[in-house]
Design a protein around this ligand. Structure first.
Ligand code: PPS
Length: 690
């Protein structure tokens, strides 16, 4: 006898949700058992199964074996798993609404519980689990296999950071990369289409070619750089963003001196894809695993140790005594425990690498009273967007179970703009945060600038220093100078363990690697000066020297390349890559290509400055003089049109605006020119004075 159809009257969506959940839970159960679990007849079950197959949500396969009752096995497709995840949320929401109505009826009150959507994050208990986008372990195993057939997108390092926080709930309430409607709302008003506060566009930027190969509604696999599938995404939106508008609205100016604007124009793909994400596995980290926590792991930790109020401190710099004082004060002020929550994903180019920083944080952690403070690493890709970034950081910390957040002067500031002025006012971040505090869902704690008072031998907030006392302070720039030059760093400023770590990874500049990058027209004298410089540096000894001359590189590294913009850029990026490796390993790289494009030179500078100094030398011989010398006879051929795209004749050259050194060769011999470079290196502390 067929069971009574107890759930037949349920809305279609609920039926589908129950079906998918059941098949996911018991993919090998017989049809009869499945029908029973769902409370429907075999006929109805078969109708549902057919509809689900037609919609591409499940696959049914024949099972070999003696038991005829278990003839079929069911598996959710990528789309089925994503649909199940979405329906779970909607199911929960409807259930809450039902309970709400019931509660109202029982108590006679207007409204009891609020629906999920109506609940502000403030009302979510900060320690309750937060929704993630991962499917169950079993589904993930199946999805991984079926996603192998999907079109793949290889994620960039920044997208991997974003995806990790999307999947683990760090970016709650986002369910995937933003749709066009959400993106427009976020860019213009810091709000998703449904009105929820969200300040930062989290977008999947791809190349035009890849975007053209995708259909709306298609599922794609998102892979890390080793090809591991981390997630799938159903593409619901594809659009070409207005990057100028995005830069102006989100970062305050379309100025490439801002690292995120530079990224937007020079690294991000031209097209954005949006759509919900189904999480399969977390990105793999081999470093500091025990120090990385998902929002739910941190919430569980706080529950376990009984912390109710937690103040988070965001940082991308090593901590010194002043930071320890200010964070501890902040926690005491609001009677909370402290979470040191450093960013280890992507920070500002040129920052101290996270390996060094984490070793420093671990040393500082011991200085806090026991059991008051913990530290966890956050794999966030920062955008340095000042006020908007502060709001974003707050939301992320709320999602990690914190109740308070320290916001200081110039929070997540990007440095100076191309006019040498600050992008944001010093208190803009605090003001914007304060304005949205209730919606962010945690309280802002003012960051006090702490200074050392010599007479009292202790730290004070700068505005509470006793009159007449002597204030000691060392700025970030001064600290870097002292490290660079191997000068004293006093104990009142930092902990000896921290200084030792920093010195270990930042030896004085005269012992670090660096790159000298000559640029100029063909025949300007780059190679000749570079050769002379190489010999002089080798004569001094101490560090290995490598010359990456234009001609040599084209023979050995770039023999297949021509002189189109694309090929020249590729050639320079290769030179930059080799030079950055040499610099990282403490050697001296001398490069001497034409390198006609300013943006490419800038990109190479950024790559190298992560490891050591980049000294751009413009060999400023005029095109007329180069043509007059015409050592290789190439200018003649170029004039005759026999060589196409010849720099300075039929191809552009962007004159460097602010090179470290500009050399006029017309009235100087090679020795003098090479000596000018040596003097510059000496003045930058890169070679020790003799
Ligand atoms: S680039 O633009 O930086 O990739 O160029 P580079 O690798 O330095 O190569 C420049 C050398 O190639 C020879 N050559 C040309 N130069 C410029 N334009 C065109 N079309 C061209 N065709 C060949 C030229 O000899 C350059 O050598 P240098 O040492 O600069 O004189």
């Amino acid at each position: 006898m067929a069971p009574p159809e107890t759930h037949a009257a349920l809305p279609e969506e609920d039926q589908l949700f129950r079906l998918l959940r059941q098949l996911d839970l018991a993919p090998d159960a017989s049809q009869r058992a499945t029908a029973q679990a769902l409370g429907v007849s075999l006929g109805t079950l078969n109708n549902h199964l057919r509809a689900a197959v037609a919609a591409g949500l499940i696959t049914i396969s024949e099972r070999a074996g003696p038991d005829r009752r278990q003839r079929f096995a069911y598996a959710l497709t990528t789309r089925g798993a994503a649909t199940k995840a979405r329906l779970t949320d909607r199911f929960l929401e409807r259930k809450l609404a039902e309970y709400d109505a019931l509660h109202a009826e029982l108590t006679g009150t207007e409204s009891g519980l609020l629906s999920l959507k109506k609940r502000t994050p403030l009302m979510l208990p900060n320690l309750a689990p937060i929704p993630e986008l991962y499917v169950s372990y079993d589904s993930a195993q199946k999805l991984k296999v079926s996603a192998g057939d999907l079109v793949s997108h290889d994620l960039t390092p920044r997208q991997i950071c974003d995806l990790e926080l999307l999947m683990n709930g760090g970016f709650f309430p986002l369910k995937g990369f933003l749709s066009e409607e959400d993106y427009t709302g976020v860019v213009n008003d810091m709000r998703l289409a449904d009105g929820t506060l969200w300040p930062m566009p989290i977008t999947l930027d791809v190349s035009e070619k890849f975007a053209d190969s995708i259909e709306i509604g298609q599922d794609i696999a998102l892979r890390d750089q080793e090809g591991v599938i981390l997630a799938t995404m159903t593409v619901t939106d594809r659009w070409v963003p207005n990057k100028v508008l995005e830069a102006e609205k989100v970062f305050g100016a379309d100025d490439i001196a801002h690292p995120a604007v530079n990224y937007l124009h020079h690294k991000a793909g031209a097209v954005y894809l949006g759509g919900p994400v189904t999480g399969i596995q977390q990105p793999v980290h081999y470093d500091f695993r025990a120090r990385r926590d998902t929002p739910n792991e941190l919430r569980a930790y706080f529950r376990k140790v009984g912390w109710r109020k937690i103040v988070a401190f965001q940082t991308r710099n090593p901590l010194h005594r002043a930071h320890q004082e200010l964070t501890f004060r902040a926690a005491r002020e609001v009677q909370a425990n402290l979470l040191i929550h450093p960013v280890v994903g992507m920070t500002k180019p040129g920052d101290v690498d996270h390996f060094t920083r984490v070793r420093c944080y671990e040393a500082v952690l011991d200085k806090y009273p026991q059991a008051t403070t913990t530290m966890s690493l956050l794999n966030l890709a920062m955008r340095m967007a000042g006020p908007r970034e502060a709001v974003w950081h707050g939301i992320i910390r709320r999602n990690h179970g914190c109740t308070h957040f320290i916001v200081g002067r110039d929070h997540a500031g990007p440095g100076k703009n191309s006019q040498g002025k600050d992008f944001y006012g010093p208190y803009d971040a605090q003001e914007l945060f304060k304005k949205h505090e209730a919606e962010i869902g945690l309280e802002m704690v003012d960051f006090k600038h702490m200074v050392y008072v010599q007479e009292k031998a202790q730290y004070y907030p700068a505005n509470e220093v006793p009159a007449g006392d002597t204030v000691l302070d060392i700025s970030g720039t001064e600290l870097r100078r002292r490290l660079r030059e191997g000068l004293d760093i006093p104990e009142w400023f930092s902990f000896p363990e921290v200084v030792t770590e920093l010195r270990r990874t930042s030896p004085p500049r005269s012992k670090q690697g660096f790159t000298v990058f000559f640029t100029g027209f063909s025949g300007s004298g780059k190679s000749t000066i570079a050769n002379a410089l190489m010999v002089k540096l080798m004569e001094m000894g101490g560090r290995p020297v490598t010359l990456l001359d234009g001609d040599i590189v084209r023979k050995n590294l770039s023999s297949e390349l021509g002189f189109s913009k694309e090929h020249r850029d590729l050639n320079i990026r290769r030179i930059g890559y080799v030079a950055s490796e040499i610099t990282k390993n403490g050697g001296i790289a001398i490069c001497a290509p034409i390198a006609p494009y300013a943006t490419t030179r800038r990109a190479v500078r950024e790559d190298i400055e992560a490891f050591g100094a980049f000294v751009e030398v413009h060999v400023a011989t005029s095109i007329e003089e180069c043509e007059r010398r015409d050592r290789k006879g190439l200018y003649k051929l170029a004039r005759e049109g026999k060589i196409k795209e010849f720099t300075g004749i039929s191809d552009p050259y962007d004159v460097p605006e602010h090179p470290e050194l500009r050399i006029e060769t017309e009235n100087a011999d090679v020795d003098t020119c090479a000596h000018q470079v040596l003097l510059m290196l000496e003045s930058m502390g890169l070679i020790a004075a003799h």
